[in-house]
Design a protein around this ligand. Structure first.
Ligand code: 2AL
Length: 248
């Protein structure tokens, strides 16, 4: 089975750590292919960047369809472009916020989220609403470390994320969801430090995608998520006319 894990930002070092987190939990016989777009923002922590990340993400999905990939993970906590990816892909598609929330909901009564910048908490709340988990969310806290500084020891990110996760548990949550793909590599360490379950959405999404393929299940393609209609596209987006036709 081949699972393509797409980091929707263009930072290759982050794609490598996302790939490592996904590979660490993938089953025997599952190949994790971690990729990132060739165009778009270096990191995603605003609505503007999220919107501009989507064309490059969709380009990677179109390539994955040509390559016969079995399932996809969208590895950014805003779950950018998730509906559009479901239209393009024939196999199942899981977003890391979606996966993180689902996993955390099975670990206790309520859970909280620790994300990067406070400006990203609105999107996390919106996704919790959308997926039906809002009643279970105790709070969404920010550590105020930008995405690309998460792996810089000088940023103190691990300690800051650990402190925010501890505060989430002190506030009455049973589990914590990490709100950025760039936090994947220290998830286990944070969990050990606070003595409570901490969910990395990259790992959760990888095993959920794998499970859906094993169950022989994929996105319903008879209605809303049918392949997009063939349509003229102009300017910089002209190549996407072809991308949408791949699955038509
Ligand atoms: C993210 C993420 O997961 N990847 C990225 O570039 N930005 N999320 C976040 N909350 O900042």
């Amino acid at each position: 089975m081949r699972i393509r894990v797409v980091n929707p930002n263009t930072t290759a070092s982050m794609t490598r750590s996302i790939g490592a987190a996904a590979s660490a939990v993938a089953g025997v016989g599952t190949v994790v292919e971690a990729v990132n777009p060739t165009m778009g923002p270096a990191s995603i922590e605003s609505h503007y960047e999220e919107a501009l990340a989507v064309p490059g993400l969709l380009e990677q999905i179109a390539l994955g369809e040509q390559d016969g990939v079995d399932a996809y993970v969208v590895a950014c906590f805003g779950d950018p472009g998730l509906d559009a990816v479901r239209e393009l892909a024939s196999g199942p598609v899981i977003g890391i916020a979606e996966a993180g929330f689902h996993a955390a909901a099975m670990l206790g009564r309520r859970f909280g989220v620790v994300t990067t910048l406070a400006r990203t908490t609105g999107r996390a709340h919106e996704l919790a609403e959308r997926y039906g988990f809002a009643p279970l969310v105790t709070e969404i806290r920010a550590c105020e470390v930008p995405v690309l500084e998460l792996d810089d020891p000088a940023s103190g990110a691990r300690d800051l994320v650990t402190a925010e996760c501890r505060a989430v548990i002190a506030g009455g949550a049973d589990a914590v969801v990490l709100g950025c793909a760039g936090m994947a590599d220290f998830c286990a360490e944070v969990s050990r430090a606070i003595g409570a379950p901490v969910v990395d959405g990259v790992a959760a999404a990888t095993v959920l995608a794998e499970s859906l393929v094993r169950l022989g299940l994929t996105t319903g393609k008879r209605g809303e998520y049918a392949a997009p209609p063939s349509k003229a596209m102009s300017g910089l987006l002209a190549p996407f006319e072809r991308a949408a036709r791949v699955d038509a």
